[in-house]
Design a protein. Structure first.
Length: 156
Protein backbone atom coordinates (compact mmCIF):
# COMPACT_ATOMS: atom_id res chain seq x y z
CA UNK A 1 0.00 0.00 0.00
CA UNK A 2 1.40 3.42 -0.95
CA UNK A 3 2.22 5.93 1.76
CA UNK A 4 -0.45 8.39 0.61
CA UNK A 5 -3.03 5.80 -0.40
CA UNK A 6 -4.88 6.27 2.89
CA UNK A 7 -3.80 9.86 3.55
CA UNK A 8 -6.88 11.89 4.52
CA UNK A 9 -6.76 14.71 1.97
CA UNK A 10 -9.29 17.53 2.41
CA UNK A 11 -12.76 16.69 1.11
CA UNK A 12 -13.16 17.45 -2.60
CA UNK A 13 -9.37 17.78 -3.06
CA UNK A 14 -8.52 14.09 -3.14
CA UNK A 15 -6.22 12.47 -5.71
CA UNK A 16 -9.01 10.25 -7.04
CA UNK A 17 -10.79 13.34 -8.39
CA UNK A 18 -9.38 14.80 -11.62
CA UNK A 19 -7.71 18.14 -10.88
CA UNK A 20 -9.79 19.82 -13.57
CA UNK A 21 -12.90 19.20 -11.44
CA UNK A 22 -11.56 21.26 -8.54
CA UNK A 23 -9.40 23.77 -10.43
CA UNK A 24 -11.83 26.57 -9.55
CA UNK A 25 -12.16 25.54 -5.88
CA UNK A 26 -10.99 28.47 -3.72
CA UNK A 27 -9.04 26.14 -1.40
CA UNK A 28 -7.26 24.47 -4.32
CA UNK A 29 -6.42 27.89 -5.80
CA UNK A 30 -5.06 29.18 -2.50
CA UNK A 31 -2.94 26.07 -1.95
CA UNK A 32 -1.65 26.19 -5.54
CA UNK A 33 -0.77 29.88 -5.25
CA UNK A 34 1.08 29.40 -1.95
CA UNK A 35 2.90 26.29 -3.22
CA UNK A 36 3.93 28.04 -6.45
CA UNK A 37 5.22 31.03 -4.49
CA UNK A 38 7.28 28.76 -2.20
CA UNK A 39 8.70 26.95 -5.23
CA UNK A 40 9.59 30.23 -6.97
CA UNK A 41 11.31 31.62 -3.87
CA UNK A 42 13.34 28.46 -3.33
CA UNK A 43 14.32 28.26 -7.00
CA UNK A 44 15.39 31.92 -6.99
CA UNK A 45 17.61 31.24 -3.98
CA UNK A 46 19.02 28.00 -5.41
CA UNK A 47 19.71 29.45 -8.87
CA UNK A 48 19.98 33.25 -8.75
CA UNK A 49 20.05 34.82 -12.23
CA UNK A 50 23.37 36.58 -11.54
CA UNK A 51 25.06 33.20 -10.98
CA UNK A 52 23.50 30.97 -13.63
CA UNK A 53 22.86 30.71 -17.32
CA UNK A 54 20.16 28.57 -18.89
CA UNK A 55 21.12 26.42 -21.86
CA UNK A 56 18.46 24.76 -23.99
CA UNK A 57 18.46 21.00 -23.62
CA UNK A 58 19.20 19.14 -26.84
CA UNK A 59 17.13 16.10 -25.89
CA UNK A 60 13.41 16.71 -26.46
CA UNK A 61 11.26 16.43 -23.34
CA UNK A 62 14.09 17.21 -20.92
CA UNK A 63 14.29 20.51 -19.02
CA UNK A 64 16.80 23.17 -19.99
CA UNK A 65 20.19 22.96 -18.30
CA UNK A 66 21.06 25.35 -15.49
CA UNK A 67 24.78 26.09 -15.56
CA UNK A 68 27.03 28.35 -13.45
CA UNK A 69 28.16 31.50 -15.27
CA UNK A 70 31.77 31.03 -14.16
CA UNK A 71 33.96 29.20 -11.64
CA UNK A 72 33.23 31.69 -8.85
CA UNK A 73 29.50 31.15 -9.41
CA UNK A 74 30.05 27.37 -9.43
CA UNK A 75 31.65 27.55 -5.98
CA UNK A 76 28.80 29.61 -4.56
CA UNK A 77 26.14 27.44 -6.17
CA UNK A 78 27.62 24.33 -4.54
CA UNK A 79 26.70 25.90 -1.19
CA UNK A 80 23.14 26.67 -2.31
CA UNK A 81 21.39 23.41 -1.46
CA UNK A 82 17.93 22.88 -0.02
CA UNK A 83 19.56 21.45 3.09
CA UNK A 84 21.59 24.62 3.61
CA UNK A 85 18.57 26.80 2.86
CA UNK A 86 16.41 25.00 5.42
CA UNK A 87 19.23 25.03 7.98
CA UNK A 88 19.49 28.81 7.53
CA UNK A 89 15.71 29.20 7.71
CA UNK A 90 15.50 32.78 6.35
CA UNK A 91 12.37 34.73 7.26
CA UNK A 92 11.02 34.68 3.68
CA UNK A 93 11.12 30.87 3.74
CA UNK A 94 9.37 30.72 7.11
CA UNK A 95 6.69 33.13 5.83
CA UNK A 96 6.16 31.16 2.60
CA UNK A 97 5.73 27.91 4.55
CA UNK A 98 3.38 29.64 6.99
CA UNK A 99 1.23 30.82 4.04
CA UNK A 100 1.13 27.31 2.55
CA UNK A 101 0.36 25.73 5.93
CA UNK A 102 -2.46 28.24 6.47
CA UNK A 103 -3.93 27.48 3.03
CA UNK A 104 -3.89 23.74 3.71
CA UNK A 105 -5.33 24.18 7.22
CA UNK A 106 -8.14 26.29 5.75
CA UNK A 107 -8.95 23.51 3.25
CA UNK A 108 -9.49 21.21 6.23
CA UNK A 109 -11.51 23.87 8.06
CA UNK A 110 -8.85 24.22 10.74
CA UNK A 111 -7.39 27.42 12.21
CA UNK A 112 -4.45 28.88 10.26
CA UNK A 113 -2.23 28.76 13.35
CA UNK A 114 -2.91 25.11 14.20
CA UNK A 115 0.07 23.47 15.88
CA UNK A 116 1.87 20.61 14.17
CA UNK A 117 0.86 18.29 17.01
CA UNK A 118 -2.84 19.23 16.69
CA UNK A 119 -2.72 18.88 12.89
CA UNK A 120 -1.20 15.40 13.15
CA UNK A 121 -3.78 14.37 15.77
CA UNK A 122 -6.61 15.61 13.56
CA UNK A 123 -5.18 13.86 10.50
CA UNK A 124 -5.01 10.58 12.44
CA UNK A 125 -8.57 11.07 13.67
CA UNK A 126 -9.77 11.84 10.14
CA UNK A 127 -7.91 8.84 8.73
CA UNK A 128 -9.41 6.50 11.34
CA UNK A 129 -12.91 7.87 10.72
CA UNK A 130 -12.59 7.43 6.96
CA UNK A 131 -11.16 3.93 7.37
CA UNK A 132 -14.07 2.97 9.64
CA UNK A 133 -16.55 4.43 7.14
CA UNK A 134 -14.98 2.36 4.35
CA UNK A 135 -15.50 -0.92 6.14
CA UNK A 136 -13.78 -3.20 8.62
CA UNK A 137 -11.04 -4.34 6.23
CA UNK A 138 -9.47 -0.87 6.06
CA UNK A 139 -10.15 -0.12 9.71
CA UNK A 140 -8.39 -3.34 10.76
CA UNK A 141 -5.23 -2.23 8.92
CA UNK A 142 -4.73 0.42 11.59
CA UNK A 143 -3.68 -1.54 14.66
CA UNK A 144 -3.90 -0.52 18.31
CA UNK A 145 -0.32 0.85 18.44
CA UNK A 146 -1.04 3.23 15.57
CA UNK A 147 -4.25 4.37 17.27
CA UNK A 148 -2.24 5.12 20.39
CA UNK A 149 0.22 7.19 18.40
CA UNK A 150 3.43 5.22 18.61
CA UNK A 151 3.34 4.37 14.89
CA UNK A 152 4.75 0.86 15.31
CA UNK A 153 2.89 -2.18 14.19
CA UNK A 154 2.21 -4.91 16.72
CA UNK A 155 3.46 -7.42 14.14
CA UNK A 156 6.97 -5.95 13.97
Amino acid sequence: MGVFETFPFPESLTPDIPAALYASDPHAKRIATAAKRLDELRNAWLNPPDLIGIEPEVVPGYPDRILPKDTVAAVELRERTLTNLYNQRPQWLVAAHRDLDAAVADAYGWPADISEEDALARLLELNLARAAANGPMLANNVDEDERNGNGESAEE
